[in-house]
Design a protein around this ligand. Sequence first.
Ligand code: AMP
Length: 217
Amino acid sequence: MTTPGMITLALSKGRIFEETLPLLAAAGIEVTEDPEKSRKLILSTNRPDVRVVLVRATDVPTYVQHGGADIGVAGKDTLIEHGGDNLYQPLDLNIAKCRMSVAVRADFDYAAAVKQGSRIRVATKYTTIASEHFANKGVHVDLIKLYGSMELAPLIGVADAIVDLVSTGNTLKANHLVEVEEIMQISSRLVVNQASLKLKREAIRKVIQAFESAIPA
Ligand code: AMP
């Protein structure tokens, strides 16, 4: 499955790509093409034995699981939703940090709804995290699966609450939503294909070690 003699790293464009670059630099790896300026999906590096593939953030665990990439960088949220089957997760890279939170319209009394045991309609892309969170609280919810723009759902009456990633809080504020509960802190992790770990042990161990030495505080 994996290409012999070659290390393939799966990354998603944007924050994860940008914040992984310094870790790669610590491993002596420099991506020689700018993903924002090209439509290429396979990027070369200064090392003939290392390449980067660009995939959707939610697809990183899948590519690594199936050996399309030996290693990858994925958010904790993405890994929980994926299930993480057959993935070795040796490092929390402490990058792309944010939090998973519950947010509601400013005029929705979340505490009262929870206390009364009302059924709450929750819109989210993160159904595994949301259902586990509310089950642990003993709150009954109707989950509405969305793929984006979750903030819209409470505004037009489709949901009472959303479960989404929050970084600065600006997106919530712009849509008159308030964060009422933090579910968990999120950061990105290094994931490794199990077979690659055995077949390319030395090369992968070097990458893990270099990444570990460069993790931001
Ligand atoms: P903010 O306005 O800074 O709170 O960012 C919130 C928006 O950015 C939401 O739509 C989130 O889904 C998205 N977001 C924030 N942090 C991350 C992250 N680390 N990874 C992916 N999406 C994020």
